[in-house]
Design a protein around this ligand. Structure first.
Ligand code: LRH
Ligand code: MN
Length: 388
């Protein structure tokens, strides 16, 4: 049984990366809702993200998305982040919002368009050099909508060519993490539709290429923790984009739709010893707060990951292994359910007070008055958004 001290220590050293784009306006194809006090630039996004770390203590880095977070001086942005007690994290490329990319970006039939997309990816590595970021996250909207529209195999060849070129550009401590998605915005094929394709392309690209599991990017009913266990076993799990969904890529708060699934995923992570920050697995949120306030939404999301992680750390691994070895089906399942059914909120309150934080992060944020202050201050200017 993991000692309570060890569980508390693991929870205090947990690291969850926040997405800059969650602090801007977002919505669906039907409507992007504008909320008062929303940031107008990456500097304000980072100031808001820093509030999540201020009240949770476990979210010290912010992922950027290029060009949504393009600035003239990334080193200055990194200094601004440091002034707010956080750091710049994963750099996300964007080859899905330019008219040239209608038929794809790195998989496009036209070599000129592929070159343009590759130049963007290489440009993102330049940003990483300036921000000191380790990871380049690649998600491609590339795919086709109708059978016969393009050669599935030729598009895989084009993808491999681009990934090899990016891999060659990476510095010694840099990685590329390739995200898959089974549909949307392409509806017949996505060129990176599943973990197998991402894994094959990563292995072909080189040792610095890892797979990203976005929890909203699977067909309904997919056993995501099986994929997680398999990628950890293969040493190719680069990270998670955490969110939750009821149907499609809803990008809702992680753990809000299916807390038991998040627990099962974190159980595989803990069992594999991949929770610690130096495990090489990046735990990122990738969400949109369309109708709920953004900073509290991120705080609640971090708390949901902490709760699932705490329950996973409370699994009696010895009893589980013994029951599994004995073929004791109900016994083994019972060990897991005992942990899942444990109320870990008192434990997390202890974790927070030990970090010198208020045991109630959401209440503390509201009492700080920061939310009201940004609504009063941020008048005028163009609010940040996806620009879709
Ligand atoms: C694609 C995705 C990807 C990001 C975007 C914001 O659906 O999950 O990770 O680039 O959302
Ligand atoms: Mn994602």
């Amino acid at each position: 049984m993991t000692s309570n001290q060890a569980v508390v220590a693991a929870l205090r050293s947990q690291r969850i990366e926040l997405p800059s784009w969650a602090f801007g306006n977002s919505g669906t194809r039907f409507k992007v809702f504008a909320q008062k006090g929303v940031p107008r630039d990456p500097y304000e996004k980072i100031a808001d993200a820093a509030q999540v770390h201020r009240f949770t203590g476990v979210a010290p880095t912010v992922a950027l998305h290029i060009p949504w977070d393009r600035v003239d001086d990334y080193a200055d942005l990194a200094r601004h982040a440091a002034d707010h007690g956080v750091a710049l994290g994963t750099i996300n490329s964007n080859t899905f919002q330019d008219d040239d990319y209608m038929l794809g970006s790195v998989c496009h039939p036209d070599a000129r368009v592929r070159r343009k997309a590759l130049d963007h990816l290489l440009g993102c590595v330049d940003v990483m050099d300036a921000t000191g970021s380790r990871d380049l996250k690649l998600w491609f909207a590339d795919g086709t909508n109708y059978p016969g529209q393009d050669s599935i195999r030729a598009r895989q060849d084009r993808l491999a060519e681009a990934l090899t070129a990016v891999h060659a550009r990476l510095g010694p401590d840099q990685r590329m993490v390739l995200e898959y998605k089974f549909f949307e915005p392409s509806f017949y094929t996505m060129d990176v539709p599943d973990w197998g394709t991402s894994y094959m392309q990563c292995v072909a690209a080189g040792p610095k290429a890892m797979v990203v599991v976005d929890t909203g990017h699977h067909a309904p009913g997919t056993n995501i923790e099986f994929i997680v266990a398999s990628l950890l076993r293969a040493g190719r799990l680069g990270g998670f984009d955490f969110n939750s969904r009821f149907y499609a890529d809803d990008d809702l708060m992680v753990g809000s739709a299916d807390p038991f699934q998040l627990f099962r995923i974190m159980h595989e992570v803990v069992q594999a010893g991949a929770l610690s920050p130096d495990s090489g697995v990046a735990f990122m949120l990738d969400q949109c707060h369309n109708i709920e306030p953004k900073i509290p939404g991120q705080i609640r999301s971090v708390m949901n990951v902490q709760e699932a992680t705490a329950k996973a750390l409370l699994v009696d691994a010895d009893a589980l292994a013994a029951a599994q070895a004995a073929g004791d089906v109900l016994g083994a399942n019972g060990v897991l359910m005992d942990a899942f059914d444990t109320d870990v909120r008192p434990l997390l309150a202890e974790v927070r007070s030990g970090l010198g934080l208020d045991p109630d992060p959401l209440g503390a944020y509201v009492r700080s008055g920061y939310g009201a202050a940004i609504v009063a201050e941020r008048v005028g200017g163009a609010q940040a958004g996806w620009g879709a």
